[in-house]
Design a protein around this ligand. Structure first.
Ligand code: CDP
Length: 224
């Protein structure tokens, strides 16, 4: 069976990773969460007090960062490792979310991540989600999906996710963070978040996860 590259880009918390995981499972493809790479780099910078406004410090730090994705033995879902440590869960904290979009504006950081992302797609059979996957990382991908959902729905979803881990979190904090990241991500100079011309828009505000998978699988069928 022919293998393709599927890209899923879109706003924060609109269900990109849920759809990407569903598709990867259904098609037996590899799933790569490109946002996890930017989050893991941010974690490294914060832990090592790297001043990311200083070009030299960023270059030195990137030399010491090794990222890889490995499947969880139980769930078989891919998880990200930073220099051999599983950081899949710590990178989801709001502390990281508050800084990641700043770090993701840095050209050297993006080049570092994009080189690795392209390598992962060499054999195709991959679903990658992020902000610039259909526009910059894989501009020739066979299927590009641009996801969106109502703001209130997105805030509610992310709040529920974060609240289960940290009951001190407030809905305002989550809302502010999503708005801030969407603004920075879509206004930055390098690889801003935007719909690729040939991407299909999928608004999942009012559909179930099963329905969204069905829509995406129909799109895949048309490409195969
Ligand atoms: O899960 P959520 O959609 O909220 O975010 P994420 O995919 O984990 O990405 C975290 C942040 O990384 C984004 O807000 C962007 O600033 C950055 N990012 C990026 O610049 N390019 C990508 N391909 C993926 C993420």
């Amino acid at each position: 069976m022919k293998k393709i590259i599927i890209t899923i880009d879109g706003w924060s918390s609109c269900g990109k990773s849920t759809l990407a995981k569903q598709l990867a499972m259904a098609l037996q493809y590899v799933y790569i969460d490109s946002g996890a790479m930017y989050r893991a780099i941010t974690l490294y910078f914060l832990r090592n007090m790297v001043d990311w406004t200083k070009e030299k410090q960023v270059h030195e730090a990137l030399k010491n960062i090794e990222l890889d994705f490995r499947p969880n033995e139980k769930s078989m879902e891919t998880e990200i490792y930073l220099n051999g440590e599983n950081v899949e869960y710590v990178i989801r904290d709001l502390i990281i979310a508050e800084k990641v979009s700043d770090v993701a504006t840095i050209k050297a950081v993006r080049t570092f991540a994009v080189i690795q992302q392209r390598k992962m797609g060499e054999k195709k059979g991959i679903v990658m989600d992020g902000r610039d996957i259909g526009t910059v990382v894989f501009p020739k991908a066979e299927l590009k999906i641009f996801m969106t959902a109502d703001n209130a729905v997105r805030v509610e979803r992310r709040f529920r996710e974060l609240y289960s881990k940290n009951p001190n979190i407030t809905i305002e904090e989550v809302k502010n963070n999503l708005e801030m990241r969407d603004y920075i991500d879509s206004h930055r100079e390098v690889s801003p978040l935007k719909k690729a011309e040939d991407a299909v828009v999928l608004d999942n505000s009012n559909i179930t996860p099963e329905q969204q998978l069905q829509i995406a699988l129909d799109l895949v069928k048309q490409k195969l």
